[in-house]
Structures are given as structure tokens and as C-alpha cells.
Write a protein that binds this ligand. Structure first.
Ligand SMILES: Nc1ncnc2c1ncn2[C@@H]1O[C@H](COP(=O)(O)OP(=O)(O)O)[C@@H](O)[C@H]1O
Ligand SMILES: [Mg+2]
Length: 311
């Protein structure tokens, strides 16, 4: 691979990755990923998009070294994925996380912290810190078996972050999470980026991706169909929007004629729209600065108040 000794390797480099799954003993195969080249630069939020079955989760599993590629190769910060060392600095939230349900949230995150070799003297602070980040501070002593889908995603995020990894792979982090939870997870992802981390995010929630990703790649049937800088992909460079308040009725024609005289063309006048997401968040009183401090499932927490802790 063409990395000169002085240049820093990217967070992820995938070259010519193909992954086939054997479907029958007679040799029928399914090509889940087809000759994929992808580079994720350090300190970016990278969105890996695509419809169901397009090969996103398979790609993530190959990056992590959980699956062997059929052809091609993959590196994390310059270390091949089949080398265990490449995984030391990676946090992973699986698509459908399965956690031991009899542990409480705190115990579960502590357990992963130990596996990931968080130093003993830092472990307790670190567990408390990540549980606070993901908004589970108040539910930390509840058994994971009683968590809602959104809370399971949050505790999954907490375990992915407990060892302070440089690269974080999130496979559908907002699946089953309500809009407030999604907004908070987006904020958390941006916070991680500010702290210098690299995040690879798999999702089909395009509105969320659009708000936080620097670059995206779209897969379809295992093939890369589009890749690039998100801002340049979505901007219509030859067009400009001018926002006007209180435009007097009947002025449109005059405006159009004036613009035409200057060699431009008035394409249309429309009323700007907000998004349903924004309306929803405003109406339930969500403010950005609240961050992840929201108590999850507040109604449950209230009805629990005063009762002894379930063990
Ligand atoms: N272990 C497996 N055995 C056989 N086929 C699989 C396996 N894992 C995934 N696939 C198939 O590979 C394709 C890509 O799956 P996946 O990577 O999970 O897609 P995505 O995450 O984009 O929804 C799908 O057709 C899926 O059914
Ligand atoms: Mg998937």
C-alpha cells in the first residue's frame, strides 16, 4: 500500500474488499460487498449509507476483523484488520447489541471497560463519565433487562466509548431511538469529533446523517455508488437563495425583471420550511444545551421514585 513512512495513515483504509457468503453447501454464494475501496480520514464523521442488505454491517465487521474478506484488505490506522493490535483503539456499537440482561448499566459498562483494559484506577470515573454522556446516569443501577430499546442503544454507546478509543464504529446507533434521543446521539458524535475522534456511522436516517457527517459513501448491493464530501454533494453551486422578510405583494415580477436585466434568472419564490424533526423537538421542550443530561424514560423514573432498587 502506498503510504510513505512520513505520511500519517488514515483511520480506515479499505482496498478491493469483496465478501462472499456461502449460501448452500453446493457452492451458491452471495456477494455482500463487491470490490470496495474506501478511505476514512482521521477526525472525520463518515457516513456509510445504503438500503438494507447493501453490505454496510458486513463492511464494518471486516474492518473490525470479525469477518475475513474473500478478497482485498483493510487497515485501521495503518495496522491490518487481521492483526489484533488494530482493534485496541476501536469502539464498536453493533447493529443489534445483545447484552447480559442481569447486569445493571453500570456493571455492564464496567465489564467492557475491564475487557478493554481501562486502568483500574481510572475505571470507576470513566464508567460514570460515559454513562452521563449517553444520558443514563439515573438509570445506571437498573438492570439492562428492564431497559427500553433506546436505552439499550445508549448503554451500547457507553460500552463503545469506555476505553476512550480513537476510532468509533456505530452501526445504526439511532435504531429504535426517539427523535430527542437521536438529536442527543448526534450531539454526542459531534462532541467526540471535537475531541479528535474518528466516527464511522452506518445509518439510513438521512436527515441525521446530513446534519453531522463530513463525508459519505453510498453502497447499493455491495457496490460503492457514490462517495464524497457531503457539503459539495448537496450544494447546488450554480444557485443562490435570498431570504426576504415582508416581500410586498406584486413585487415578484419587478424583482424577476431586475434580475433578468442583470443576466440572472428568478427561479421561484417560496416560503422556507422547517423540518418535522425541529417542530417535534421544539414542542416537547428539547433544547440543545440540555445535551445528554435528559433523564431517559422520565415517566418510568418518576413512578419508581421512593421504591427500593430492583436487584
Ligand atoms: N452471515 C451471513 N451469511 C449469509 N449472508 C449474509 C450474512 N451476513 C450478511 N449476509 C447478507 O449479506 C448482505 C449484506 O448484509 P449486511 O451487510 O448486513 O447489509 P446492511 O448492513 O447494509 O443492511 C445481505 O444480503 C445479507 O443477507
Ligand atoms: Mg446493517
Amino acid at each position: 500500500m502506498a503510504t510513505s513512512p512520513s505520511s500519517k495513515p488514515p483511520a480506515i483504509r479499505i482496498e478491493g474488499l469483496t465478501k462472499d457468503f456461502a449460501l448452500t453447501l453446493r457452492g451458491l454464494k452471495l456477494r455482500a460487498v463487491d470490490n470496495l475501496d474506501l478511505t476514512v480520514k482521521e477526525n472525520q464523521v463518515f457516513g456509510l449509507l445504503g438500503p438494507n442488505g447493501s453490505g454496510k454491517s458486513t463492511t464494518i465487521k471486516v474492518i473490525l476483523g470479525l469477518l475475513e474478506p474473500t478478497f482485498g484488505s483493510c487497515e485501521i490506522f495503518g495496522i491490518p484488520s487481521n492483526n489484533v493490535r488494530s482493534r485496541m483503539d476501536v469502539g464498536y456499537l453493533p447493529e443489534a447489541p445483545y447484552f447480559y440482561r442481569y447486569l445493571n448499566g453500570e456493571e455492564l459498562v464496567r465489564f467492557y471497560g475491564r475487557i478493554c483494559q481501562v486502568p483500574k484506577d481510572r475505571l470507576e470515573d470513566r464508567v460514570a463519565e460515559v454513562l452521563e454522556w449517553v444520558g443514563l446516569k439515573d438509570a445506571a443501577r437498573r438492570r439492562v433487562g428492564t431497559y427500553s430499546k433506546g436505552m439499550l442503544q445508549r448503554v451500547g454507546l457507553a460500552q463503545a466509548l469506555v476505553h476512550d478509543p480513537r476510532l468509533i464504529l456505530l452501526d445504526e446507533p439511532t435504531a429504535g431511538v426517539d427523535p430527542v434521543g437521536s438529536a442527543e446521539i448526534s450531539e454526542l458524535i459531534l462532541k467526540l469529533k471535537d475531541a479528535g475522534k474518528t466516527i464511522l456511522l452506518c445509518s439510513h436516517l438521512l436527515a441525521q446523517v446530513e446534519g453531522i457527517c463530513d463525508e459519505i459513501a453510498i453502497l447499493n448491493r455491495g457496490r460503492l455508488v457514490l462517495e464524497g464530501d457531503l457539503k459539495s454533494l448537496v450544494s447546488e453551486r450554480h444557485r443562490n437563495a435570498v431570504m426576504v422578510e415582508n416581500l410586498p405583494a406584486g413585487l415578484e415580477k419587478e424583482l424577476g425583471a431586475w434580475l433578468e436585466a442583470k443576466g440572472a434568472r428568478l427561479v421561484g419564490i417560496e416560503t422556507p420550511r422547517t423540518t418535522l424533526d425541529r417542530i417535534f423537538l421544539e414542542h416537547i421542550g428539547y433544547r440543545k444545551e440540555q445535551g445528554s443530561s435528559r433523564q431517559v424514560d422520565e415517566n418510568i423514573a418518576r413512578s419508581d421514585a421512593g421504591k427500593p432498587e430492583a436487584s
